[in-house]
Design a protein around this ligand. Sequence first.
Ligand code: GLA
Length: 371
Amino acid sequence: MKEYLYKVSAAGRVNIIGEHVDYCGGKVLPCALSLNNAVYVRPNDSDRINIKWTTLKEEASIPLDRLSDFASQKYVKYIVGCAYLWQQAGHRLSGCDMKLDCTVPFGSGLSSSAAIEVSVLAALATLAREPIDKKEIALLAQQAEQRFAGVMCGIMDQFVSAHGKKGHALLLDCKTLNYDYIPIALADCALVVIDSCKPHDLVESKYNERRSETEEALRLLQSKLRVSCLADVSSEQLKRCANLLPPVIFKRARHVVTECERVRLAVTALKNGYPAAVGSALNASHRSLSEDYEVAGKELDALARIAQAHPACFGSRMTGAGFGGCTVSLVKKAGAAAFGEYVLQEYKRQTGYDAKVYETEISDGIVIQKL
Ligand code: GLA
């Protein structure tokens, strides 16, 4: 891609723990992946953004003054949404050619959309010769996802896609957006990401439904508790207020409250180098997502259960929004290859689906390269 001026990339992500708590003000522990989206970009002295992909046939040529006319087009909407919001936020937008090369598999639950949004915004900032403000980029990317893709997502994916750091997990407080990098220093362990390859359906509507259920839980709890978000409620407080919540809403709230506790446990265990304790937090997280939050489904349940039963595995859970997508497992490095083979074979036998192990590493978020 020599004829382009910059290569600007942003990462896909895997979340170690802290699932479905970002929009409740909780802490999350994702990592940026080497699976990413690269935008090759150059100015074109016109009033259009021209878009091509390395892996899709779709091409588009979009006039800068008609961005919102393209807001509902399948792949283009992410780019148009970002360009529109970038301009609305008072930044300079000018004509350019972009070629997108996305190695995050679409629909895998590893946040291809966040990688696309964040890299496009970083590319626009680079062309405008502005310093890269990763926080602003993450917030604009989240807005693009909410307003143009219709998913009322939290901030986790876009934030880690921008701020991720090689070899580190990002401990992000989604209430304040303060963060820390935690080295993944578990000697002899590997994080293995496996795609259940179960086709997604209705992810957006079920995701938005869960989000409103947590908002309902907070509203009801606030009649007794002085809290500003669900993540600030303790298990004891929730138990005491159980009678305020209808049974399903109570289960949703219990997931959020206990998941926030598991994040604290997992972070301490990670810092102290106790893989077994990280692993049991992962297993408990999966169970809560499956039984209380009801976002796993039978394929992810099977994939996690099979992984958890393997002797090389410390723990395994679904990662991301759920309703299909991937699991993340903490595994002894020496046994990782045999673990992968066993899980794929057993999963195929139990569900009929071929799963896929992704070869990926924990990498940086936004990377800008002048070509
Ligand atoms: C999706 C959303 C995130 C987060 C996760 C679940 O990936 O984009 O904001 O809510 O689901 O943890």
